[in-house]
Design a protein around this ligand. Structure first.
Ligand code: ARG
Length: 461
């Protein structure tokens, strides 16, 4: 079994079921371009250390380029006997440059530092793609916020009408959460920007190979400070898994609202035909499957993170084969988001809001009761009494099946002498919105400023 990287001390090859268990090419083949980039960098430092002649380096790089093209075209792919992507590509290189030269590349490196470096490279690229897609969604939310500036809707707590807010304010609340996910990815990238190459199996290399040089060739700012940590650490995987899960959870919260808003009872939004699905039996149906898939897939993203952390828990240093289980969950999380996000953004950007209905419902359910109480506070009434008085008004209205603004001057005076007709100035949605004018509030001017800030964040990326 010459494809193996570790045959020397063994009397025979592994039992077939072990080889089957061991094999990871099914899921780690996607690291192939990163493995080849790593090999080129490694060949360069072998040359710089005097372990490869200039001619050998040139031949090696040519061979790796041919291999890369063959991987790309599908002409080269993992064979049954290849344990992992690294093994397969070493075989591929040897097939192209011969065993004498091909066999020199492995000096001073181990699959333990190779995989740790390549996984970082792969995830850094994936995180950039995901961040860009999240920003597209934020942009779609900002577009709606811009288009509908001034539209009121019922703001809710406990899913009950609480206070009127601007639709734009509500949409931008989702935007801020998503912008923090992008910021988390950026922050994560800064920590992940260290190359484990040169850590060897765990102790570093004795061959005078320059880890910093390899790092710079592979797009890292520096190399790791500790070779044991370099090969054993997977917090960068778990952290990426967390940000992916958090992003999924943030999507699920917006998804849930879209699902509710699209119901007959809410009728706040209508989904565009291109972003909704039908029923095989009920001809009238228009289902919010994109939102439901987002809600469902968030569970999968959380599961991936949980599985990953459970694999890492109590693992002794340094490399253990358990670590091979680190890839599938986070590959799956990245894949899930990269498929989900464009569909989700398509659904959001084509939503049609029934702004008349939202505005009409905004003040219902006594959502101006707080404004009434705060008006009393401005007249010098202690909030404790103001709360009581406003509560009495609500009770009166509820008994009669009317809204707060339906109370007559006499009704108001009967509840409390403090309730003069002037209170009517705050019993309007426009008044309630405009009064929430401190930073972060839903007053139209503040929301317009917020929108500008969100757009700046999108540009910063
Ligand atoms: N394929 C392995 C992984 O993904 C790397 C190989 C390390 N194997 C080893 N026996 N040290 O973690």
């Amino acid at each position: 079994n010459e494809a193996k990287l570790w045959g020397g001390r063994f009397g025979g090859g592994p039992a077939a079921p072990l080889a089957e268990l061991s094999k990871s090419t099914r899921f780690d083949w996607r690291l192939a371009p990163y493995d080849i980039a790593g090999s080129k960098a490694h060949a360069t430092v072998l040359n710089r250390a005097g372990l490869l002649t200039d001619g050998e380096l040139a031949a090696m790089v040519d061979g790796l380029d041919v291999l890369a093209a063959d991987v790309d075209s599908g002409a080269f792919s993992p064979a049954g006997g290849d344990e992992d992507v690294h093994t397969a590509l070493e075989r591929g290189l040897i097939e192209r440059v011969g065993p004498d030269l091909g066999g020199k590349l492995r000096a001073g490196r181990s699959r333990n530092d190779q995989v740790a470096a390549q996984f970082r490279m792969y995830l850094r690229d994936s995180a950039r793609v995901v961040a860009g897609q999240v920003l597209d969604l934020v942009d779609a939310l900002a577009e709606h916020a811009d288009l509908h500036l001034g539209v009121a809707m019922p703001g809710r707590t406990h899913l009950q009408h609480a206070q009127p807010v601007l639709l734009s304010h509500h949409l931008l609340a989702h935007a801020w959460a998503l912008l923090r996910d992008v910021d988390r990815l950026r922050d994560w990238d800064r920590r992940t920007d260290e190359s484990p190459y040169g850590s060897g199996a765990l102790a570093g290399s004795s061959l005078d190979l320059d880890p910093e040089y390899v790092a710079s060739m592979l797009g890292f700012s520096t190399s790791v400070a500790n070779s044991i940590d370099g090969t054993a650490a997977r917090d960068f995987v778990a952290e990426a898994g967390f940000v992916f899960a958090m992003t999924g959870v943030d999507l699920s919260r917006l998804a849930e609202e879209v699902i509710l808003w699209a119901t007959k009872e809410f009728s706040f939004v209508e989904l565009d035909d291109a972003w909704a699905t039908g029923s095989s039996i009920m001809p009238q149906k228009k289902n919010p499957d994109v939102a439901e898939l987002a809600r469902g897939k968030s569970g999968r993203l959380v599961g991936n993170l949980t599985g990953l952390l459970t694999t890492l828990k109590a693992l002794p240093l340094a490399y253990n084969r358990d670590l091979q289980e680190d890839k599938e969950p986070v590959f799956d999380s990245a894949d899930t988001l990269t498929v989900l996000l464009p569909a989700f953004t398509g659904m959001v950007s084509t939503l049609r809001f029934d702004t008349d209905r939202m505005a009409e419902l905004a003040p219902q359910g006594f959502s101006l009761a707080t404004d009434l109480a705060e008006w009393l506070v401005r007249q010098g009434v202690p909030f404790r009494s103001a709360h009581e008085i406003a509560g009495s008004c609500v009770r009166t209205c509820e008994e009669r099946g009317i809204e707060l603004w339906d109370l007559t001057d006499d009704d108001l005076a009967a509840v409390s002498p403090e309730l003069t007709p002037a209170v009517r100035e705050v019993l309007s949605v426009a008044g309630a919105l405009a009064s929430r004018s401190a930073k972060g509030g839903t007053a139209p001017d503040r929301v317009r400023e917020q929108l500008t800030e969100v757009r700046t964040e999108i540009e910063v990326g």
